[in-house]
Design a protein around this ligand. Structure first.
Ligand code: SF4
Ligand code: SF4
Ligand code: FES
Length: 298
């Protein structure tokens, strides 16, 4: 049952991070779960005490609380297998998937807090509005290959594997949630894409069959320069994508080359390669692609 409340102004006031070690939860032990309850106007942690059951993940316990104590508790989930990216939250202040966080990895001797992701507006309880991410996704100029040559497209295995790592992304947005550029600065969302979309842009920019040059756009509109490679995004990625090393750093290198490398500039002049796409051109390309999709859907 709900046994009390601890007053906070918002979901950000979670106590210290979870211990990473194995603790073990004995069946019958009482769990002290503090779930954040509230909406965009504010809320608080509410404590629920439920008996522990062996082999559970945090989402199991949240579901038991929802079934037995708080039927109006809002929680988003779908697959319970770490693949849909829906159940992202902050467990003891650490961004994680509820369905992939075993209770046995948490110190159940102390209360366990579960709060919504802090970077996005709260809709209700543990559910946030992540539409910012879908708006950014719409701005990214899509994959644009040249017409297939005789015999079809061919790629080196190394290029296939690079893309496969990036495509493991489940869009849980935990990396977006932890990135300090937007976590603490709402105003940066207007000109910063965030790590999930640097992964997408890196995939496109390094794709050997893609013909667009998005480097100027990555700098001007997607704001890659704001990232100072703290690697916090990489640390929380449940798919183990090396976001900083394999996506952001190569993307930054490409952006710097296109703007400041005089040899690359001269090479472009001599070989008459197209200049990198500007933000305006990228927007025009994206809107043309969107029109194409909606025309095709008619
Ligand atoms: S490495 Fe860059 S994108 Fe990742 S969390 Fe740090 S600032 Fe954000
Ligand atoms: S890159 Fe990793 S942390 Fe970021 S949205 Fe994709 S799966 Fe989640
Ligand atoms: S419920 Fe799908 S990732 Fe957790």
């Amino acid at each position: 049952m709900a046994v009390g409340t601890s007053q906070t102004e918002g979901p950000s006031g979670a106590p210290s991070p979870a211990s990473a070690g194995e603790h073990g939860t004995a069946s019958g032990e009482t769990l002290h779960m503090q779930l954040w309850r509230g909406d965009k106007d504010g809320g608080q942690f509410v404590e629920y005490q439920v008996p522990a059951q062996e082999g559970e993940v945090v989402l199991d316990v949240v579901h038991r609380i929802q079934a037995s104590h708080a039927p109006d508790l809002a929680v988003r989930w779908n697959c319970k297998a770490g693949k849909c990216g829906s159940c992202s939250a902050e467990i003891n202040g650490v961004p994680a998937l509820m369905c992939m966080t075993r209770m046995s990895t948490l110190d159940t001797a102390s209360p366990i807090t579960v709060s919504p992701m802090r970077t996005f507006p709260v809709l209700r309880d543990l559910v946030t509005d992540v539409s910012f991410n879908f708006e950014v996704a719409k701005l990214i100029p899509s994959f644009t290959p040249a017409p297939p040559p005789p015999g079809g497209y061919r790629m080196q295995q190394v290029d296939v594997e690079r893309g496969q790592e990036f495509r493991k992304c489940i869009e849980c947005f935990l990396c977006q949630n932890v990135c300090h550029v937007i976590r603490d600065h709402e105003e940066n969302k207007a000109h910063y894409a965030g790590p999930r979309f640097f992964v997408r842009l890196a995939e496109l920019e390094m794709h050997p069959l893609d013909t667009l040059d998005r480097r100027a756009y990555v700098r001007e509109r997607m704001g890659v320069g704001y990232c100072n490679i703290t690697k916090c995004c990489t640390e929380v990625c449940p798919e183990g994508i090396h976001i900083t090393d394999n996506a952001i750093i190569p993307l930054k290198e490409r952006v710097v080359d296109s703007r400041y490398d005089p040899v690359a500039w001269l090479g472009r002049k001599i070989l008459r390669r197209p200049a990198p796409m500007t933000a305006a051109e990228a927007a025009a390309h994206t809107s043309a692609a969107t029109r194409g999709v909606s025309d095709a859907a008619r």
